[in-house]
Ligand binder design. Structure first.
Ligand SMILES: Cc1ncc(COP(=O)(O)O)c(C=O)c1O
Length: 365
């Protein structure tokens, strides 16, 4: 039997009656877009995160683009961000005509705040840290730099729902932040989805209009907007799943604990949480020697693994034109050769993880 990296089928079995209840409730009403279910979800996110405003949108990518748009990022601007992320981090900046300017990562795979200042130019408008795998970046240092140079901070918190830094929820440090509810995330929709949080009414009002074609009422198009609304079915499901989020994170954390206990080789590094940080464990990534061989070896025993990602953002064919080259971000380039994501989802049993660890130990012995 395959040990899957993610098991959404088991999640459905666990939550079947509640999920079907959510679907029935919404379908019975016959309204699927911009209904009270969406407002309820947005209010729940505000309560959970401690932010004033939330807007449900189509995806984490849209949440990023609309956040950047709302603060006025435009052609010619530069946005400082991490080269270790999903392509959406860079593409959301590029879609607005701006340029992503990458800054190398620390050993924890997050942007190295000590290297940010040297990349600031007259064109820099935003610092966009990515809370990679659900580990919150060093926001104290980043906010200090932003204040010194009068820059806006937008958090790519796509992976950071349920993550904290000094007991403050991810996404509440910057001016505005973007989250994803993609099926692979801890708080996951039945398909694509995302949301934005902010404490600024002005930004909230702008995006509220923008996500719905710029429509105020049915007949008044105030600005040219887009169609990026979180639908009511997903809002209702996400509202239910939010009540389970802490439970899911703690089950995943427990499974990571088993890896720490049973892996007994020096060839693997399991990243520890930083001081003051509560990780949401949106992904479980280890650093390992002979990564590709290990991956193939585990595959032989039907253990699914994934690499997030083999390429840092500056070395894709599509991002070459930005002018960065191999060697520019040595840490990021080193880590993409070592990262491997292992199964750790909440439905896995201790003995399954023990089995995976045994195979890993065997491989290196
Ligand atoms: C760090 C990061 N940013 C942005 C995104 C984009 O989110 P979505 O897939 O919901 O568009 C993702 C999704 O995986 C992500 O991991």
């Amino acid at each position: 039997m395959t040990i899957e990296i993610l098991d959404l089928k088991k999640r459905y079995i666990e939550e079947k009656s509640e999920i079907l209840k959510c679907i029935k409730k919404v379908l019975k009403k016959g309204n699927l877009i911009l209904t009270p279910e969406l407002q309820n979800f947005e209010k729940s996110i505000c309560r959970f995160s401690g932010s004033k405003y939330c807007l449900g949108v189509n995806s984490g990518t849209d949440a990023l683009m609309m956040s950047l748009w709302s603060v006025g990022v435009k052609k010619g601007d530069e946005v400082i961000t991490s080269p270790i992320s999903f392509i959406a981090t860079a593409s959301s900046i590029i879609h607005l005509g701006a340029k992503p300017v990458f800054v190398d990562v620390n050993d924890d795979l997050n942007i190295n705040a000590d290297l940010i200042e040297r990349s600031i130019t007259k064109r820099t408008k935003v610092i966009m840290p990515v809370h990679w795998t659900g580990r919150v970046c060093n926001m104290e240092k980043i906010l200090k730099i932003a204040r010194k140079y009068n820059l806006i901070v937008i958090e790519d918190a796509a992976q950071a729902m349920g993550a904290y830094f000094k007991n403050q929820h991810a996404g509440t440090f910057g001016k505005i932040s973007a989250f994803s509810t993609h099926p692979f995330k801890n708080l996951n929709a039945l398909g694509d989805g995302g949301f934005i949080i902010t404490n600024e009414k002005r930004l909230y009002d702008k995006i509220k209009l923008y996500r719905n074609h710029g429509l105020r009422g049915r007949d008044n198009v105030e600005i040219i907007g887009v169609n990026s609304r979180l639908d009511s079915l997903n809002a209702e499901v996400l509202n239910f799943r939010l009540s389970r989020l802490k439970n899911i994170i703690s089950r995943k954390q427990k499974n990571i604990g088993y890896y720490k206990k049973f892996v007994n080789t020096e060839s693997i590094k399991i990243l520890e949480s930083n001081k003051n940080e509560k990780n949401s464990h949106s992904m479980f990534i280890i650093l390992c020697k002979k990564r590709d061989e290990l991956q193939k070896y585990l595959q032989r025993f039907k253990i699914q693994t994934r690499v997030y990602y083999k390429t840092p953002l500056h070395l894709y064919k599509a991002t070459k034109y930005l002018g960065f080259k191999k060697g520019d971000f040595p840490n990021a380039e080193k880590f993409v050769k070592q990262v491997l994501s292992l199964p750790y989802h909440q439905h896995l049993k201790k003995k399954e993880i023990e089995y995976i660890c045994k195979k890993i130990n065997d491989f290196y012995s």
